[in-house]
Structure formats: C-alpha cells, structure tokens
Design a protein around this ligand. Sequence first.
Ligand code: TYD
Length: 226
Amino acid sequence: MVGALDGDRSQARGCLVVFEGIDGAGSTTQLTLLAGWLRQQGVDLEVTREPSGGPLGAVLRQVVDGRCDLDAFALALAFAADRADHLGNRVNGVRALLDQGRWVLCDRYVLSSLAYQRGEAIDWDWLRELNRHALEPDVTVLVDTSVPVAAERIARRSSRVERFHEQAELERTRANYRSLVDAGDVGLGRLIVVGGDEDADSVFGELLAQFAPWFEAVAGAPGGAG
Ligand code: TYD
C-alpha cells in the first residue's frame, strides 16, 4: 500500500506529480487517467491545478480567460505568488497534504511559469529566482504535442479566445518547454516526456510504461512513497 492508506501516515510523505504542456496538449486528460490508475493502486490523492482555486488564482483565471489584462511583470509575480499560496496555505496547501501522506497531482506548475512568462521584457534570472521557492516535484510529466494538433484540439473545445492560444504563441511556448527540459537545470524530479499527438489511451500507455516502474520502486520502498 502507498501513502495514507497504509495506516502509517506519520511515516510516509506523499508524492507531488505535476503535468505540463502547451494549451491543447492533452495534459489534463492524462492527469485524470493517471489519477484513476493511482487510485486503483490504493493511493490516496488530491487533484489540483494552477492557477489555483485560491484568491490569487481567481484573479489569474480572469487574465487567462481574456477578461482583463496584466502587465508582463505583474503576471509573472502573480503566478509565483499564487504558487506560493497554493503550496503553503495552512488549510489546504499542497505541502500540508503531502505531509499528511496524501499524493497531489497538479495540472501545471513551475515549468508553466518558465515556459509561458519567458519573454524579451522579462529577465530570465529574475523569473527563475521568483520560482525558486517552489517545492521540487517528485515527478514531472511533459505532454509534448505538436502545435497543429494542439491548435485543432483548442478550436474543437472552445470558441473562447484565451490569451496564450495563438499559433505563434503555442510554437514559442513549446520551444521553451523543450529547451527547459534539455537544459536540465530546473528541479523537475523524475522527468517523463510523452508525445501527445495520438489518442488519449495511446498517450497514456506511453506514460504508464515510464511511470509504472518508477511507481513500483517508490511504492515498494520501506516507508512507502517518498
Ligand atoms: P489551462 O491550464 O489550460 O486551464 P484551462 O483548461 O482552464 O484553460 O490554462 C491556464 C493558462 O495559464 C495556460 O494558458 C498557461 C497559463 N499559465 C502561465 O502562463 N503561467 C503559469 O505559471 C501557469 C500555472 C499557467
């Protein structure tokens, strides 16, 4: 058994698994499939996302939905501030959940800030520094989907014009993700990269082929997960 189900809550810290990818990549679908699989394995988990459901996340939702605009610096600060609250909130923060032995699956995390907020106007070291406080995840799953496929998925699911959805923006963000994982100097935990162009079940098969061996090693370790 893993995490909080083994009756030994004080021993095992939960694991933080984060999902990343450009808009339309299908990372939310993969998160949902992995959450179902982990629950079947007996893992007690919570699903969350960034922007978070907290007060700063609510402001950021207005921005990403195009209902208001924020200056690029303010936006980078706001995402980092939302993440700090999401992690540290004493009531339902991610750290508190992990300390209780629960696993947390989070849709978007630090890599989103580094891939999306990177820009000519923003000093790279400053952006890195802003996000340095964030707890390193145990696993990062990057769903790497080509821009035409992602753009088609976005077009199918919504007529809303969201801020980061233009093709050029998708290209730029995908290139940023790839250079971040290639550089390997951001703490991502165990990195899993899966191609996201196929149907959801095929992508999940690829994900599980990489995730399950890691999971078995962690779940089988003395003290359970973590
Ligand atoms: P998304 O996760 O796609 O949520 P929804 O399905 O509700 O549209 O949208 C969140 C957007 O916010 C996405 O375009 C990426 C962006 N974002 C950043 O720019 N920086 C960040 O740090 C985070 C967490 C998200």
